[in-house]
Design a protein around this ligand. Structure first.
Ligand code: PLP
Length: 222
């Protein structure tokens, strides 16, 4: 089946308030064009150089999301056009995004990455760290970035109960942050969790933005 057909099928199974990010990393622009022709506009990439190449050749009304780990020295390349940066994991990175956004006369939307999975991937705030970071408030000085919510990845395990419990922790943290710091801020609304193998669990535990790659485009060849 073509990417556009699969996207259509997935959208039919998602609640209407859940956005689908089609994760196109490691897949050629031709596959993105197929999805685009079917009407899809939101695509996720996780490598700056690959995103740059695709951005240059593909239609300019694509909404590009950066979903991977972003190095500070690469922010400048995507700052002119990126719509949402999902995995902000340090204040230093947010400062750099703010600086590059200012240079481009933009406000860049960002999510904070919650580290919740058991395997020790290196990146992301713990729930307590994220709460303290938001509470401490230094980010408020950064006027060219807007913190719109949180993202996370569940552990890569079979145990659906564990995955559900991890997403539930993310939802609980989101709700606490919303209540304590963003109650009046409508833009703080994005809960980015759920991938090919666990997105239905994710939407049952608070996700309103799923990032789906291999289910749409097939296995990645690295
Ligand atoms: C690659 C990737 C995805 C998509 O994963 P699939 O299992 O192929 O759906 C989602 N989120 C992040 C952060 C990724 O790096």
């Amino acid at each position: 089946m073509s990417p556009s057909k699969i996207i259509k099928e997935i959208k039919q199974t998602l609640p209407t308030d859940v956005q689908l990010v089609a994760v196109s990393k490691f897949h050629p622009s031709a596959m993105i064009e197929d999805a685009y022709a079917g009407g899809h506009r939101i695509f996720g990439e996780s490598h700056v150089q690959e995103l740059q190449q695709k951005y240059e050749v593909l239609p300019k009304d694509i909404e590009w999301h950066f979903i991977g780990h972003l190095q500070t020295n690469k922010v400048k390349y995507i700052a002119p056009y990126i719509q949402l940066i999902h995995a902000v994991d340090t204040h230093k990175l947010l400062v750099e995004i703010n600086k590059q956004a200012l240079k481009n006369n933009r406000i860049i939307d960002c999510l904070l990455e919650l580290h919740i999975a058991q395997e020790d991937t290196k990146y992301g705030f713990s729930a307590d760290e994220m709460y303290d970071y938001i509470k401490q408030g230094e980010w408020r000085l950064l006027e060219n970035v807007r913190i719109c919510g949180i993202m996370c990845m569940a552990s890569n395990v079979e145990d659906k109960t564990q995955i559900a419990s991890e997403f539930q922790q993310a939802e609980t943290l989101f709700n606490k942050l919303k209540k304590d710091f963003f109650a009046q801020v409508d833009s703080f609304s994005i809960r980015s969790w759920g991938m090919s193998d666990d997105y239905m669990i994710a939407v049952n535990h608070g996700s309103n933005m799923v990032r789906i790659g291999s289910k749409i485009f097939g296995p990645r060849v690295y």
